[in-house]
Ligand binder design. Structure first.
Ligand code: NAI
Length: 399
């Protein structure tokens, strides 16, 4: 049968990916969100989807179908999730009964703990499947006419991806490279734990929000303007970010101790991540703060705010907290707790952040809150001991 790709989601990234893949492959767009699939199918009608690439060229293509029917997974060779990570679980769960052995399921960006979530949603079937986590999205992209036209603003030169089980890496990454085209170059990362603990969003987003809006630094009064997000990182915010990234580094060293042979080389510090990803775009790389303040790619980006009577209040329910705490920071904090590592800076950010997003995750510094199952904390996916996590890790790492 013809190689079949499911491209999941309906936002900027999913529309771009669908447009790109449908040029060369039988591609079915799937969205489970509200009536998005029907709306998209309607919007496109008989027309072709138009994708504008950075050079100005226009690619036209037509997905085979746009649907909310999970049974299309029965013919899928490759399923790509290009939706915010809080939606991943729903796709895994709905596709699970239909997926055939050997299906490659990739998430971009994976955020943290995606492999463990996949294993927990797929149950016995997980061992016959191939999971791939990408560190980020390859494109900066926006739809220009919803459902009909989109633009790729920029494409990354390379992008890291890890495969579970590790033995399927070559095969899966070759397929995914074929799908993405020449750019970005997909680089092999040793394991999904490295992708999980590399996740820059879990540090940057909650950390910068805390640095600006927690009671430690803000009096609660509206601001005249929405502050700059990256260029506005000050000394205090830098100490928060450094505290968090250093705690994740301690966790990496601890995991290497626990799991002999575990390669955590890609789970680098936040500063190293900037050097890896934005080389040449930062005027000053002498410190983490300088990297963030002088990165041209971040020029003018502001804090998420809501306007109230001409002044600005922070949007503390924005995805910088609502996505990056549950599917990022919770994974790191939960794993740290399992291996007995203290994380005072992460704890302080979590304690403040969970109240902002109305979740009870951590209670008295422990991962025991009633909303734990809504997060990627290992504890929320049924893993609470080192033995359980270790046997699971062995399985997911393919050791
Ligand atoms: P988006 O905000 O356009 O995605 C919206 C889509 O998410 C909706 O169309 C729907 O399919 C799904 N969705 C929203 N709320 C939902 C809910 N309650 N339940 C289930 N599904 C829901 O996001 P975009 O731009 O497509 O990005 C996707 C991911 O890629 C995000 O994690 C984003 O942070 C990341 N990313 C995006 C970049 C870009 O240039 N667009 C650049 C780098 C990363």
């Amino acid at each position: 049968a013809e190689f079949t790709v499911l491209c999941c989601g309906g936002g900027n990234a999913a529309q771009v990916a669908t447009g790109l893949f449908a040029v060369r492959y039988k591609t079915i767009a799937v969205s489970f969100f509200a009536d998005e699939a029907a709306k998209w199918k309607d919007a496109l009608g008989d027309a072709e989807f138009e994708l504008t690439t950075p050079g100005g060229g226009v690619m036209k293509s037509k997905p085979k179908d746009i649907t909310n029917d999970p049974s299309v997974a029965k013919d899928a060779d490759l399923i790509l999730l290009v939706v915010p990570s809080f939606a991943h679980g729903e796709y895994f769960e709905k596709f699970a009964p239909y997926m055939k052995p050997g299906t490659i399921v990739a998430t971009m960006p994976a955020r943290s703990g995606g492999d463990i979530l996949f294993a927990s949603k797929l149950g016995d079937k997980a061992k016959d499947m191939i999971f791939c986590g990408f560190e980020t999205l390859p494109w900066a992209c926006r739809f220009t006419e919803w459902g009909k036209k989109a633009t790729i603003l920029g494409t990354k030169n390379n992008i890291l991806a890890a495969v579970t089980p590790v033995s399927a890496t070559k095969k899966a990454l070759a397929k995914l490279q074929g799908l993405l085209g020449v750019n970005p170059q997909v680089l092999e990362s040793p394991n999904n734990l490295g992708i999980s603990l590399r996740n820059p969003g879990m540090i940057v987003h909650p950390g910068v929000m805390y640095g600006r809006w927690s009671p430690e630094s803000w009096d609660g009064n509206p601001k005249d303007e929405a502050p700059l997000f990256y260029q506005g990182v000050d000394d205090f915010t830098e100490t928060v970010l450094t505290g968090m990234t250093d705690e994740v580094q301690l966790l990496c060293r601890k995991m290497e101790e626990v799991a002999q042979g575990l390669d955590m080389k890609d789970a680098c510090t936040l500063k190293q991540w900037y050097l890896d990803c934005y080389d040449g775009q930062m005027k000053d790389t002498s410190s983490l703060k300088a990297c963030m303040n002088t990165n041209a790619a971040y020029d003018g980006l502001k804090h998420p705010c809501k306007e109230v009577d001409g002044k600005f209040m922070p949007d503390l329910k924005y995805r910088y907290l609502a996505e990056d705490i549950p599917t990022g920071l919770c994974f790191a904090k939960g794993l740290a707790e399992i291996v007995g590592l203290e994380t005072p800076t992460i704890d302080k950010v979590m304690k403040w952040g969970q109240e902002c997003i109305g979740l009870e995750i951590m209670v008295d510094g422990k991962m025991t809150g009633k909303d734990l199952a809504k997060t990627r904390a290992p504890q929320g996916m049924g893993i609470t001991t080192l033995e359980a996590s270790w046997s699971n890790l062995v399985a997911v790492l393919g050791h």
